[in-house]
Design a protein around this ligand. Structure first.
Ligand SMILES: Nc1ncnc2c1ncn2[C@@H]1O[C@H](COP(=O)(O)OP(=O)(O)OP(=O)(O)O)[C@@H](O)[C@H]1O
Length: 706
């Protein structure tokens, strides 16, 4: 049945006036039937929404508004809740909770110039919002509710947390330094997803809280003019619920919950000089919010032929939520202060347009015998088993003999995937979960490739030494603050490259690969590794060995899976002979027994890949070295050239000065000569006149005499 469309739900939350607000006059008024008015003589807007929350509204009231949609996730519906509003208007307060800044107090400590700012010591004396349900925002309350309501149900939860900073996506749980930007992909199986984003299996609300707090500590924050602790990135905390058992129709349900706390829009501050980074953040934030506005506008008109989802990472990621198949709730947050009339009106206009958006909501159901699902489960099981097997057997050596057999088994495995029964798929799901738990309880690595850097090392507050010192000196209050930040997937038991075979075997002289290969006896195996292997690796290639060798001793908490891009079934043909039920069951048993070994092959390939990677890294290091040398030489040459230029300039100036002096001398000389010449002419003139006068006198005397 075609799902019926429904409007995007929109609520407006007006926060109380705060001392940091630039005006203490209010311009927001409330009418009946969820009406809100903004008027200050210059501006006017009036509109109604699904719900208006006044400044005195509690966190519980907000949660009551969203909770019915959350409950639907368990039934297989997706739900996205996002907070939109100007910087400092209360988005983080609404989504995460009151006093949430104590979870990541970096900005306050860094900028010690705000009068209203709470200092670290003050923050430490406050209850952590995750410990106090009254303070909790939508996300922690939703987590608590979901786990409470699904205690009896067989559901596996996966959780991930990402941020979009400067138009790049980063894993908040894996990448505190923002080293590796992730890409968005789209597939039939997952819809739109972020490749390489870590998804943690969470068993209870506490696990989720830890991820939430840990991830948030890695979020980019900065002090803005109107918020001492402004989030400078959009974040999406995702909770995926997957039913372990199929229903009577043989269908497996899953629901996805997205909590999106957008970075606040902000105007360029002409009065204060903003740091370059701040301007860059501001530009990117405003650009992505304007892309979101455009998308909402197009969706609101209802007849746009092209929706520009690809204009920003944010809209691309929210594509599923804005338009198709997801129940979406927008919470627009505003300040009542007269100082932000324009921003408040712009937020309300955005909310107005969002009201018009129609969404067709449909359940996420997948047939339990779906080929892709079965393959996905098998791959995950292989992957988990490989970790367990490697740990139990202590290496790959004995595998070399059996590799050629496994290749055949692998083919068979692929041929029979589309004849699985529901019960078998359910068993696979249970096996998958059991393996994860076994890994968890054994304290083994959650993923051979997966390692974790303690984000406290990278925290903007402490450097490593300070951090250690801080921990030694910490008070009960600071321990409380750290309670939610101590999660770190353990790497104890992770396989270091030198311990698993490569050190024992030399590279084949003909093909340059580690045995087994076609040239070294006893090994028939030469297929290239599945693409999933590479993609898993792609997500963690960053100085793997050094990270593994760190051997963190932090307590193991959760397991992890990565969404893998592009694994494909090479052969889906049905083998007629294995259609017989009994034979199939028998083969299935054998294959399951082989799965572990198959996984070990994968690990072997990974080791090979690792070695190649190291080689590449070494080459890169050498290239970098050469580049550095070249750059140093060039710098030296540049310096020499500059010195020579300086010398030439000095010489030129001296020459110029000399020429000017000579010119002046010459002019002086000319003037003197001219004066002398004039004087002489004058004297001669005078002498001639005297001569003529005398001559006239003599002539006159002569005439008189005559
Ligand atoms: N409803 C509320 N009641 C009391 N204080 C609030 C409320 N909403 C927000 N605040 C306070 O306002 C300040 C800014 O809130 P918050 O950090 O949630 O804003 P934001 O919209 O997330 O800002 P940015 O986009 O800059 O991150 C915080 O100190 C917060 O405690």
């Amino acid at each position: 049945m075609e799902p019926s469309p429904e409007n995007l739900k929109v609520a407006v939350r007006v926060r109380p006036l705060l001392s940091i607000d630039r005006s203490q006059d209010t311009i927001v008024y409330f009418g009946e039937n969820e009406e809100i008015r903004v008027s200050d003589g210059e501006h006017y807007i009036s509109s109604t929404y699904n719900k208006i929350f006044r400044p005195e509204a509690s966190q519980d009231e907000i949660f009551d508004f969203v909770s019915p949609a959350l409950g639907q996730t368990i039934k297989g519906f997706n739900c996205t809740i996002f907070a939109y509003g100007q910087t400092g208007s209360g988005k983080t307060y609404t989504m995460f909770g009151a006093d949430w800044e104590m979870n990541n107090p970096a900005a306050q400590i860094y900028y010690e110039n705000g009068a209203q700012m709470r200092r670290k010591s003050q923050l430490e004396s406050i209850d952590h919002p995750l410990d106090n349900p009254i303070k909790q925002g939508i996300i922690p309350k939703s987590i608590a509710m979901l786990f409470q309501n699904t205690q009896e149900k067989e559901i596996t939860y996966y959780s991930s947390f990402l941020q979009i900073y400067n138009e790049k996506i980063y894993d908040l749980l894996q990448d505190p330094r923002r080293d590796k930007a992730l890409n968005i992909r789209e597939s039939k199986m997952y819809g739109i997803y972020v490749e390489g984003l870590a998804e943690f299996v969470v068993e209870n609300a506490e696990d989720c809280f830890m991820l939430l707090a840990k991830g948030d500590r890695n979020r980019a924050v900065r002090q803005t003019r109107f918020n001492h602790h402004s989030s400078r990135s959009h974040t999406i905390f995702q909770l995926l619920l997957e039913r372990d058992k199929a229903n009577k129709r043989g269908v497996l349900k899953k629901g996805k919950l997205n909590f999106c706390d957008l970075a606040g829009s902000e105007k360029y501050d002409k009065e204060n000089t903003m740091a370059h980074e701040h301007v860059q953040e501001l530009t990117k934030i405003n650009k992505s919010l304007s892309a979101l506005g455009k998308v909402i506008f197009c969706l609101g008109t209802g007849n746009a032929t092209h929706i520009p989802y690809r204009d920003s990472k944010l809209t691309r990621l929210l594509q599923d939520s804005l338009g198709v198949s997801t129940r979406t709730i927008l919470i627009a947050t505003v300040s009542p202060s007269a100082g932000y009339a324009e921003e408040t009106i712009s937020t309300l206009k955005f909310a107005d347009r969002a009201k018009q958006v129609m969404v067709k909501i449909k359940k996420n159901e997948i047939s339990a015998t779906n080929d892709e699902l079965v393959l996905k489960l098998q791959r995950e099981i292989q992957h988990l088993k490989s970790i367990l097997n490697l740990k139990r057997k202590g290496g790959l050596e004995e595998l070399n003999k059996e590799i050629w057999e496994l290749r055949e088994e692998n083919q068979k495995l692929k041929k029979i995937t589309n004849t699985y029964t529901i019960e078998e798929v359910e068993k696979l799901k249970v096996e998958n979960k059991k393996l994860r738990l076994e890994l968890q309880h054994n304290g083994l690595a959650n993923d051979v490739e997966m390692t974790y850097q303690d984000s406290d090392i990278n925290s903007p507050i402490y450097d490593t030494q300070e951090s250690n010192q801080h921990r030694r000196d910490e008070t009960p209050n600071s321990q409380k603050m750290r309670k939610y930040s101590d999660f770190s997937p353990n790497v104890t038991g992770a396989i270091s490259p030198s311990s698993v075979g490569h050190s024992r075997k030399a590279v084949c002289s003909q093909c340059g690969q580690f045995p087994p290969c076609e040239h070294i006896p006893g090994s028939q195996y030469k297929r290239s590794p599945p693409s999933s292997y590479y993609s898993t690796y792609r997500s963690t290639t960053n100085s793997l060995e050094s990270r593994i060798s760190k051997q963190h001793s932090l307590p193991k908490k959760l397991n992890i899976r990565y969404k893998m891009h592009g694994y494909a079934v090479e052969d889906n043909g049905v083998d007629e002979e294995i259609k017989e039920q009994e034979t199939r069951q028998k083969e299935l048993k054998q294959i399951r027994a082989r799965l572990g070994q198959l996984a070990q092959i994968e690990s072997f390939r990974k080791q090979k890949f690792k070695a190649e990677l190291e080689k590449l890294e070494e080459e890169k290091r050498k290239e970098d070295e050469e580049l550095r040398k070249r750059q140093a030489e060039e710098a030296k040459k540049r310096k020499l050239l500059n010195e020579q230029k300086k010398l030439v300039n000095t010489y030129k100036e001296a020459k110029k000065f000399q020429l000017e002096e000579e010119n002046k001398k010459m002019q002086r000389f000319k003037q003197e000569a001219e004066m002398k010449r004039k004087k002489k002419t004058e004297e001669q003139k005078k002498m001639i006149e005297e001569y003529h006068a005398k001559k006239r006198d003599v002539m006159r005397e002569l005439e008189e005499y005559v």
